[in-house]
Structure formats: C-alpha cells, structure tokens
Design a protein around this ligand. Structure first.
Ligand code: CO
Length: 465
C-alpha cells in the first residue's frame, strides 16, 4: 500500500504563523502523551522563532522546553527548523558555534534537523549538515531544505539540480519549503515528478502554507506526483497563514487508499484539546482571526503576505500611502536587480525597504541600506542569478565580492569565552552559554530573572520552616 506520512506543525510553524509563536509549553504539555501515539512522521516543535520567543516573551528556557518535549514524546521524532549558518538568528555564526548548537540540540532531544539557507547557497548549510552527522544517534535525520520561490532563473531543472546536490552532500531527506504558499498545483506536479525521478527513493517532503489558498490543491497534486511526507497542522490551528489541516488530509488520503499511519481517534482528540487553547488566544487578541483568512495577493505580486502588511505599516507611518502602488511595482525590479533572492527573512525585509526607499526618494538606489550593501558585497552568499552590473559597481567599486564562508570558518572559541565571562555566576550550563551567544540581551534578562526567582523561593522555604 502506498504511504504518505504527516508532520504535525501545531507546536512550531502553526504557532509561529498564526500567533507569533506565543504558545507557552504549559498550554500543550497535557496533550503530548497522546500526540506521542498519533503516528506522525514527526512533530515540528522547536527551532524557527520558538527559541527567541521562549526567551524574549515567555520566560521559558528553550532547552528546558525541548527536554520536556523529549520526555513526553519518547516515541515520536522531534523536528526543528534551522537557518543554516544563521542558526536561529539573523547573522552568520562561526563554525564552532554552529557545531556546538547542533551537538546540544541532539543531546537535548532533537531528531530531525531541517536545514535551509535563504539564498539556497548550500555552503551555508554544510557545517550544520556535517555537525548533524557527527553528533547523530540512531534516530537523527539531516533534512536538506530548499527555499522555494518563482523567478525566471528558478526553473524545474534548477530545483532538480539543487536536489541532486543535497543528495550528494549527504542529506537523508529533502524538503521543499514554500514559505509564501505560492507553489501552484501545476508547479508541484512538474517539480515533484522531476525531483523524484532524479533522487530515486530518497524521502521528499513538501512544506507549504495556506496563505494564498493554493495549499490543498498543491498538496493533492504533490501526493499524486509521489511526495512522501507533507506538513500539516491540527485543524483548529490550520488554514490562513498556517498549514493545511491534519485530519482533512487524513480523510482525503484514506479515500485514495494511501496509508498515513495515523490514529484517527487520537488526531481528533488532539484537535479537541487545542480548540479551547486557540479560543483563549483569540479572546486575548494574540491570535488575530485575519491570519486565518485567504489572501491571494501574493500570487499577483509574488510578495509574501507578511511583507505586504509591513510595507503598508511603514508607508502609513511616513504618511506616504499614496506611493503604495509605485512601491509595490518597484519590488520585482529590486528583486531582479539583486539576482532574484527568495523573499524570505531577512531578504523580504531588505528588498521591501529598498523598494520603498527608491520610490520615496524618487531616484533608484540613491540611498542603499547597509544590509543591501552587505548583500551585494556577498556577505549573505551567492545570489541565484547575477546582480545588476551597474548596481554592483556602485557598491563594490573596484572590489570583488567577498566569500561568505571566510568569516565563518574561523574556529576561535572566542564567543564561548566571552559568553561565560559576561554571564559569570548566572551561567549553569553549556546551554546557557549557547542561548547567550544566540540572543545575548534576552538571555541575560532571562537568567537574571531565573536567579532572582530562585533566591525568592529559597527565602520563602526558610520562612516556612
Ligand atoms: Co513554514
């Protein structure tokens, strides 16, 4: 019997897409032992924005959360999303930091590490892959992930080449990550058939979002074309900017005669559990029902929904909404000048802001942001297509672009020493050091609060006695 497995995203991407990753661990701890019996391919539960959100907003230690997940989900693969050399942040970290982060992630319970680079410059995911292999146990899966986008240079052949490269590099599985939800059923069919022909029986995964309304059609075509794993969210946390619904796909696949391995009663129980959780966050305003709707604009402008709302907010602040149409039309031009980067963080912000600047000043590239300059200098990696020659020359002058790997290859250990020194007696573990390296201010605050809380508890205990 043909098999398609499902990755449940409610704890990470659905949580991130619908409610800015504000779901605290205690809100779902009670359902984990049931989820462990559901029969998912994996549960995506860590990485992405969860790490930052734990420290910044929730007063949670992200490592403690991971250990809790591991303890309550002993039989299910725990999955995380990792931004290659950027780990869970926005800058390129040194190789020794990337390696340590992965060692600790696996040690604390992660099984599947899905690794991507915004530009699909695979030099930026190589260190993470090698570290995953180095610290792997029998359950570890290194998943190579492609940021999907559309442009004249992003052809089916190009994606097939990328997949072959990921296979040669030694990844165990490959994931197509359609973060803007713009992959159409037609594209899915051609892409997935082509890729499956090229990579043989290697597991292929499709990650998409319902944002534009395409996702169910696209996934259906993907299934017909041979996809092995799809990402879905329990139905009350599905749709809109999130993933398609787990139970819905379960019923559809069943009628196709395709086995999912899911337990029907349990996946329904999981949804029942999350219904009041969702309602709580609708009531307190953290889950905006707007994010549950369909927005097809991304298909017209090829601009992800989040990027549009950012642009509207910026232009409104500057009392320049009359420039909106011009700015919107400028985005594809800037993107072309920059060699068609996928519009994913941080490139979506960079391209959007530059387009707005060009339009507001009334002269293209009179002002170029520091980030765009660094991008043109090559600090983010190699762009999918050559950059506009005139623009490159304006930024680089007579210099050549830099190799984004030069800086990363340093192995100094300096960051670990500096973090230990900064933390002093607040530091209890290697995990504390790693949190500090990734998010220094948030971690410092979190660890100070932790210490204060422990001291209060100690005083309280003595008084009790
Ligand atoms: Co996603």
């Amino acid at each position: 019997m043909k098999k398609v497995q499902l990755t449940e995203t409610v704890l990470r991407d659905a949580n991130q897409s619908l409610m800015a990753t504000r779901l605290p661990y205690k809100d779902y701890e009670g359902i984990l032992s049931d989820m462990d019996k559901a029969g998912y391919y994996s549960i995506e539960c860590w990485g992405g924005a969860t790490f930052d959100s734990c420290l910044r907003y929730l007063g949670e230690d992200p490592w403690e959360r991971l250990r809790g997940l591991r303890k309550n989900l002993p039989n299910t693969r725990l999955q995380m999303l990792l931004r290659g050399q950027n780990l869970l942040g926005y800058k390129h970290y040194h190789d020794d930091v990337v390696e340590k982060f992965i060692e600790l992630s696996i040690k604390n319970g992660i099984d599947v590490i899905r690794i991507f680079d915004a530009l699909n410059d695979f030099r930026n995911i190589e260190t993470a892959l090698n570290a995953t292999k180095k610290y792997a146990n029998s359950r570890t899966v290194a998943s190579g992930c492609i940021s999907y986008t559309q442009s004249p240079v992003h052809t089916v052949d190009k994606y097939i080449e990328m997949c072959k490269e990921l296979k040669t590099m030694g990844f165990d599985t490959i994931c197509l990550k359609d973060m803007a939800g713009t992959m159409s059923p037609y594209e899915a069919e051609h892409l997935i058939k082509g890729i499956k022909d090229a990579i043989g029986d290697m597991t292929l995964i499709l990650h998409t979002h319902c944002t534009t309304g395409m996702a169910y059609m696209t996934i259906t075509k993907a299934i017909e074309s041979g996809i092995d794993v799809i990402d879905t969210a329990t139905s009350c946390f599905s749709g809109g900017t999130s993933q398609p619904a787990t139970e819905t796909m379960f019923y559809a696949l069943k009628q196709y005669g395709i086995e999912t391995g899911l337990d029907e009663d349990i996946i329904n129980k999981v949804n029942d559990y999350f219904k009041p959780v969702k309602q709580k966050y609708i009531d307190n305003g953290q889950l905006n029902p707007k994010s549950l709707a369909t927005d097809a604009q991304a298909l017209v402008y090829k601009v992800p929904g989040g990027m549009l709302s950012n642009m509207i907010a910026n232009l409104t602040d500057m009392h320049a909404m009359d420039k909106f149409d011009a700015a919107l039309a400028e985005i594809p031009k800037v993107r072309a000048d920059l060699g068609y980067p996928p519009l994913v963080t941080p490139l979506s912000q960079m391209v959007g802001n530059q387009a707005v600047t060009n339009v507001l000043i009334g002269e293209r590239y009179k002002n170029i942001s520091k980030e765009v300059k660094n991008y043109i200098k090559g600090e983010y990696g190699i762009a999918p297509a050559p950059l506009d020659a005139e623009l490159s020359k304006k930024v680089l002058g007579e210099d050549s672009p830099v190799d984004c790997r030069i800086e990363d290859q340093k192995r100094t250990g300096e960051e670990f020493t500096a973090a230990r020194e900064a933390l002093g007696d607040l530091c209890r573990s290697e995990e504390d050091v790693m949190s500090y390296i990734c998010y220094p201010d948030q971690t410092m605050k979190f660890l100070k609060d932790r210490k204060a809380k422990e001291e209060n508890e100690a005083v309280y205990t003595i008084e009790e006695m």
